[in-house]
Design a protein around this ligand. Sequence first.
Ligand SMILES: NC(=O)c1ccc[n+]([C@@H]2O[C@H](COP(=O)([O-])OP(=O)(O)OC[C@H]3O[C@@H](n4cnc5c(N)ncnc54)[C@H](O)[C@@H]3O)[C@@H](O)[C@H]2O)c1
Length: 278
Amino acid sequence: MTGRLEGKVALITGAARGQGRSHAVRLAEEGADIIGVDLLEPIDGAPYGPSTEEDLAETVRQVEALDRRIVAAKADVRDAAGLRSAVDDAVGELGRLDIVSANAGILNEFAPSADLDEAMWRDMIAVNLTGVWRSIKVAVPHIRAGGRGGVIVITSSTAGLRGSANVSHYVSAKHGVVGLMRSLALELGPEMIRVNTIHPTQVDTDMIQNQRTWSLFAGGDDDATRETFAPVSQAMHVLPLPWVEKIDISNALLFLVSDDARYITGQELKVDLGMTLK
Ligand SMILES: NC(=O)c1ccc[n+]([C@@H]2O[C@H](COP(=O)([O-])OP(=O)(O)OC[C@H]3O[C@@H](n4cnc5c(N)ncnc54)[C@H](O)[C@@H]3O)[C@@H](O)[C@H]2O)c1
């Protein structure tokens, strides 16, 4: 059986773990070869640990187990020269680029807007907004060079569609990528390059499954646990579940990058258990 992405090459940022690894594996299952980049370094103020060389090696192992090729590199979406050279080298090796999943993102300090530290605001915008723009900037020339069109999907969040107290820097960046997506969709549409955003609610990854994030959701309860966080998170949703799994976002990504969505561009796809209806 041939996959839906046979012969295609996909760039995924933040590919070492979490949703990025799941995306790499899901797209590879459908026949894509993968370019995976990740920071692999601590993020100042993050309430969770960094991904590691071992994490990225595990992504490589899982993709190669599917008999697909993968070029994985340590690269920071804040570093234009490093990111460009990693993507250029990988495309040189794999021969083409068709798909971009701009997935890399961070959470750092939580605080009301007026109390947010300058550095926390700067880092957030640098990674979650400017880093997304930069990832696409280095990829577009390669997609164009193929002359076959292509697809770009940006991972936003439900925080890209509504306000949220104590994380206005995250909310601002995730709203910002929606504007970027809409503008890119206009610019690139004539070349059959489609651009969309995905808006997940809570996803069961390190980014939210940690003490400080549980406490934030639980109204500052320092003893909050995964178990006490679950009903609080569930109450935000229409479907009676506390969070979605990585694979749910990967399947939404797969839909958007496949020909099943060939005429879909400029859209915000929510995978949110109905959160934004409330
Ligand atoms: N987990 C959630 O509840 C949730 C909900 C909505 C949206 N998101 C978004 O989904 C995306 C993936 O997050 P996740 O849940 O898999 O978290 P994660 O922390 O497990 O994965 C994020 C990955 O991005 C990498 N990364 C961070 N900064 C980078 C940089 N400067 N350059 C390159 N790589 C970098 C990290 O090293 C990490 O491997 C993020 O954009 C996040 O904001 C997450």
